[in-house]
Design a binder for this molecule. Structure first.
Ligand code: NAD
Ligand code: DAU
Length: 365
């Protein structure tokens, strides 16, 4: 079979897909992407509904014949094993994680448990399931990871490639690095068809308020100060979440087991420039701001410990081997995102709970 014939046959394979962390930010965007593009496929979401998970994000899919939501923990091996078996799962897209760096500094335990032990539990359960299915060639285990595992770049360093050595600097990135190594080992040791993706900073709808972009948008709307860590010169490579979903789709259908693909937007922006762009867009798009112009709210605060200076992704491999490129520009994506936060206050208002305020005081006091 030629490569393209194989690709076509892979594309036609009906997917019975288990999506972990599907009630979180990227996971829920991916669930919507998959259900829209492949309505004939079966989608099973497994999510523990931690503070970051929100079942209401998937409300439009409840009751759909090919969709099932299961509240549960990826560390619960009997549950994972029974779901894989009951649903004859042939594809896992693994998003579930503790994902916020600042929370990993305050309390790393949950990060080790979910990101390392949880990933191990999924891999080990999937290995036995896959073996019992006769080691099907078209089955896939997609492990969704981060560029943070590569550490921090200097101003003139080449962006991260798939062969950049791992050098994680936070408990979060160290736990993700551990999970990446396990996913790799399961391919090399047992032949489990794992694929790893390492992606840069995402933004877009359903992003939890603790992260930079939603936090700034919401604080502007509430007239609260905009806390910029350190000197604001740290650089992130921003990717619209819809582009991340299309990259993962391509990787599931055309990616090679055992491989790693870096995913990025080729959009390096300094934090302070990004915050200024958000302020400009808010000044333009929001009719009633408590403080105008929003730039007046910018406040430099104590830096994040171990704060990585610069991330940037070299996405040549996924572009040349799988034909993926991002569709959205930063300007277009930020505008879409702000419009979404302006029109979906009913989604984010309830997330500013007492628990969230307590977290906020701990980080920003
Ligand atoms: P998120 O924090 O918004 O969502 C995580 C989801 O996982 C939540 O729904 C939560 O309830 C669920 N979850 C947590 N612990 C669980 C457990 N033990 N069992 C089952 N479910 C559990 O995270 P996100 O930003 O959507 O990130 C998703 C994945 O993508 C993560 O693995 C993250 O490392 C990776 N990633 C994120 C970014 C980014 O910019 N956000 C970039 C690259 C990679
Ligand atoms: O690079 C991918 C990673 O991007 C993902 O793996 C993580 O799950 C995701 O949370 C994100 O990590 P960051 O730490 O880069 O994202 P965050 O939104 O927390 O911060 C972005 C930048 O903004 C970072 O340099 C820290 C800074 N920042 C953040 C917050 C929350 C501030 O200056 N002020 C803030 O209040």
């Amino acid at each position: 079979m030629t490569y393209s014939e194989q690709e076509q046959s892979l594309s036609r394979e009906p997917r019975l897909i288990l999506i972990t962390g599907g009630a979180g930010f990227i996971g829920s965007n991916f669930v919507h992407h998959w259900c829209q593009h492949y309505p004939e496929d079966r989608v099973v979401v497994l999510d523990a509904l931690t503070y970051a998970g929100n079942r209401s994000t998937l409300a439009d899919l409840e009751g759909t014949a090919n969709f099932r939501f299961v509240q549960g923990d990826i560390c619960d091996r009997p549950l994972v094993e029974s779901l894989l078996r009951e649903e004859s799962i042939n594809t896992v897209a693994h998003f579930a994680a503790e994902s916020h760096v600042d929370r990993s500094i305050l309390g790393p335990d949950a990060f080790i448990r979910t990101n390392v032990v949880g990933t191990f539990t999924l891999l080990e359960s999937f290995r036995h399931h896959w073996e019992s299915r006769g080691r099907k060639e078209t089955d896939r285990f997609l492990h969704v990871s981060t560029d943070e595992v590569y550490g921090s770049l200097g101003p003139d360093d080449h962006p991260f490639t798939e062969t950049t050595p791992y050098a994680p600097n936070s408990p979060y990135s160290a736990s993700k690095a551990g999970s990446d190594h396990l996913a790799r080992a399961y391919y090399h040791t047992y032949g489990v068809p794992t694929i790893i993706t390492n992606c840069s900073n995402n933004y877009g709808p359903y992003h939890f308020p603790e992260k930079l972009i939603p936090l700034m948008c919401i604080n502007i709307l509430l007239g609260k100060s905009l806390p910029v860590y350190g000197d604001g010169q740290n650089i992130r490579d921003w990717l619209y979440v819809g582009d991340h979903c299309s990259a993962l789709d391509v990787v599931i259908h055309r990616g090679q087991p055992g491989e790693t693909y870096n995913v990025g937007g080729n959009n390096e922006v300094k934090n302070i420039d990004l915050v200024n762009m958000l302020c400009e867009l808010m000044n333009e798009l929001a009719p009633h701001l408590p403080v105008r112009p929003a730039q007046k709210l910018i406040t430099y605060v104590k830096d994040r410990p171990g704060h990585d200076r610069r991330y940037a992704i070299d996405a040549t491999k996924i572009k040349t081997e799988l034909g993926w490129t991002p569709a959205e520009t930063v300007e277009g994506g930020l505008r879409r995102t702000i419009e979404w936060y302006l029109t979906h206050q009913d989604w984010w208002q309830p997330l500013l709970s007492e628990e969230y305020q307590a977290y906020y005081r701990q980080v920003y006091a």
